[in-house]
Design a protein. Structure first.
Length: 300
């Protein structure tokens, strides 16, 4: 990224939320469950599956973590009531992992039990920064024997991920594979973009070859091509894997992938904590950052 683009991206957090909100809107479903449901229904009608996530992380208050769990219960109720083709993502630090592991486990188990009661909706634990990896995989191992519609995420950025994948292949886990957004120390993470891509392909080969169902999460067309080669090599059908893309990111590409006969699931975040997530998305597109800054100056 050029110095000018870095400066544009760095200026975004200084702007009022009212200026940023219109430009953030394509990336989030809104702040409420009702707004989320409306977006999920629209995507389903367009032929996409959906994965919903409530924005928020690194919670250190029990009441806040329990409130997040109650919102997920409400989401699961709506998924069943409206027959949405949709599952949910949860972040462990939003559900109290930084407070107490047992407390967090109880929150996750509560969501899994509610999902089982509400038509067996699938639940996936997101993977967060490196200090949370062992706890996340440990809770997955602990809870998975009781809940088969349960999955986890692996990040290609992490050097350890090949070992983790080989453990997950042994239980034929349902895995979402992504590059990873957390900037980690060089000692534990790959930092060169092409190495991260190559590692992604290696991990995907291990997972698909091991019989795991994989959510191939990427907006990188080179990785989509490499994934398509592996899908053909292993003779996989559309129910054996899916591509996953984020709401508002490269919608024309996701349409191309869907029209090629692949299942595509769109990740749709929602909730009042929309600003940090939206800033991350806007920083990746300097042209949008320019539009946001122009809007700010036009208001003044």
């Amino acid at each position: 990224m050029s110095l000018v683009n870095r400066a544009l991206a760095g200026a975004l957090p200084l702007l009022p939320k009212a200026v940023i909100r219109p430009f953030a809107a394509p990336y989030i479903a809104g702040e409420t469950v009702a707004q989320l449901v409306a977006v999920a229904e629209e995507l389903n009608r367009a032929g996409y599956q959906v994965a919903v996530s409530q924005l928020g992380e690194f919670v250190e208050d029990r009441d806040e973590a329990e409130a997040a769990t109650r919102v997920y219960h409400e989401v699961l109720d709506e998924i069943e009531r409206r027959s949405l083709d949709c599952y949910v993502h949860v972040k462990l630090t939003q559900l109290g992992l930084l407070i107490d592991r047992s407390f967090c486990r109880d929150q996750v188990r509560s969501i899994l039990e509610r999902a089982a009661e509400r038509g067996g909706t699938f639940v996936r634990m997101d993977m967060e920064d490196s200090p949370q990896i062992d706890a996340t995989l440990g809770l997955y191992d602990e809870l998975r024997p009781r809940f088969d519609r349960f999955g986890v995420v692996i990040q290609a950025r992490m050097r350890r991920s090949l070992e983790d994948v080989r453990q997950l292949v042994q239980v034929r886990a349902n895995v979402r594979l992504c590059k990873g957004v957390y900037l980690e120390p060089h000692a534990i993470a790959w930092t060169e973009p092409q190495i991260i891509r190559d590692h992604y392909v290696l991990l995907l080969d291990e997972l698909l070859g091991g019989g795991c169902h994989v959510g191939i999460a990427t907006h990188d067309e080179w990785l989509i091509f490499q994934a398509s080669r592996l899908i053909e090599r292993y003779g996989l059908g559309p129910d054996d894997y899916e591509f996953q893309m984020l709401h508002g990111v490269r919608p024309r590409l996701r349409e191309i992938v869907k029209n090629a006969g692949h299942r595509v699931r769109v990740g749709v975040p929602f909730g009042p904590e929309w600003l940090p997530y939206s800033l991350r998305r806007l920083r990746k597109n300097p042209e949008i950052a320019r539009h946001v800054l122009r809007a700010a100056f036009s208001r003044t």
